[in-house]
Design a protein. Structure first.
Length: 118
């Protein structure tokens, strides 16, 4: 059974930092690309960062330069370092896994809430 479990969310002041984790089990983690998504109340879920199985990263313009995604294959975990947080970053953050860039994200975590106060 595949599980993706996010952690590390919380309440932080604007300008602060958080590091999210996404621990994967039940899949060949090293073969999967991992994506980060977020959904704010009243908004659609949006992709904002991903890392391939070869650790090639991509970012949405809204987070580039502030967020960094990286993975630790030994721990089957992908991390999201978020710096210079803004109130508009407030959302439910979820990770997802897919086998290739041509696949849809097949496995999803439940999410962790990030709230940035002004």
């Amino acid at each position: 059974q595949v599980q993706l479990v996010e952690s590390g969310g919380g309440l932080v002041q604007a300008g602060g930092s958080l590091r999210l984790s996404c621990a994967a089990s039940g899949l060949g983690f090293s073969s999967y690309g991992m994506g980060w998504f977020r959904q704010a109340p009243g908004n659609e879920r949006e992709w904002f960062a991903s890392i391939s199985s070869r650790s090639i990263t991509e970012y949405a313009d809204s987070v580039r330069g502030r967020f960094t995604v990286y993975r630790d294959t030994n721990k089957n975990t992908v991390y999201l370092q978020m710096n210079s947080l803004k109130p508009e970053d407030t959302a439910l953050y979820s990770c997802a896994a897919r086998l290739s860039p041509f696949d849809v994200y097949k496995f999803w975590g439940q999410g962790t809430q990030v709230t940035v106060s002004s």
